[in-house]
Design a protein around this ligand. Structure first.
Ligand code: ZN
Ligand code: ZN
Length: 276
């Protein structure tokens, strides 16, 4: 049953994590005009991913649990890739749209190899536009499988994702008592796990003097956590300063912080969904 809504602002409460991300991206698009193009594409991408996720959820309920070491031989998965590429050709930035066009016109073996490579290659983050497309396409599937896994997170102290073994793409500070605890978030399966606050997630450096944190007036709830030992950085989202923030979306939106970090000689620990 549809409930009539009287006023334009009287919108339904988002009821899935996808809807929450989409709403947050729409909100930030208005606040941060410089990120409007990226967030606009993300909104389209998240809508595609949500419907893909729901289809996979329905289909995979009948199937045996998938292995992480290789991509399941699922016709549903492979047959959805051309539709994803079409979507990117229409809605994506040119650097992705052109690659999507070429991929769509390549052999199915080529697409299958690419998807398999991105699924099983946890050690090296995606690096080319082609690899980012495969990463973004497979991300909902990884998220679905992770949501069904029973992960023993108690006592887990490593910096790599406990589910898919990738490096974290985002750090999060959550209020705890008078302070905040830090956790790391995988950019692929979106697993979040606690991690000590004063330790580099890249190399394990613990000397606070070599772990500078930078902030910018423009993003009061964002931090750039750097390491002067291995020269990597990760952006963290401080939920104590903005309860409305969404780690994935707010990390995407704070592009100027990535530019700043790169100008200062730091490399990102793991790129985000859009390859930044
Ligand atoms: Zn993961
Ligand atoms: Zn380090």
């Amino acid at each position: 049953m549809r409930v009539p809504t009287g006023k334009p602002h009287n919108r339904a409460v988002p009821n899935t994590s996808w809807q929450k991300r989409i709403r947050r991206a729409e909100h930030l698009t208005v606040q941060l005009p410089f990120a409007a193009e990226i967030l606009g594409f993300y909104v389209h991408l998240a809508r595609f991913q949500e419907s893909f996720y729901q289809r996979l959820q329905h289909d995979s309920a009948r199937q045996a649990p998938a292995e992480l070491s290789h991509l399941p031989d699922s016709p549903d998965l492979l047959s959805s890739f051309p539709a994803f590429l079409c979507f990117v050709e229409e809605a994506g930035p040119s650097r992705f749209a052109e690659v999507a066009y070429h991929l769509r016109h390549s052999s199915s073996a080529c697409a299958s190899n690419l998807l398999n490579q991105i699924w099983s290659e946890a050690t090296n983050p995606p690096d080319t536009p082609e690899q980012f497309l495969a990463f973004a396409f497979l991300q909902p599937y990884a998220e679905l499988l992770r949501s069904r896994a029973a992960l023993p997170l108690d006592g887990y102290t490593h910096s790599r994702c406990p589910f898919c073994n990738r490096k974290p793409a985002i750090a999060v500070l959550r209020p705890q008592g008078d302070g905040a605890r830090r956790s790391l978030v995988c950019g692929f399966c979106l697993c979040e796990w606690e991690f000590r606050r004063i330790v580099c997630a890249g190399c394990g450096e613990e000397d606070q003097a070599r772990l500078p944190v930078y902030t910018a007036e423009q993003f009061r709830h964002m931090r750039v956590e750097c390491c002067d030992a291995c020269h990597v950085y990760i952006k963290s989202v401080d939920l104590a300063k903005s309860g409305l923030a969404d780690p994935l979306v707010d990390e995407l939106a704070a592009v100027p912080l990535d530019l700043w970090a790169r100008e200062h000689g730091y490399t990102k620990l793991h790129p985000n969904l859009l390859g930044l």
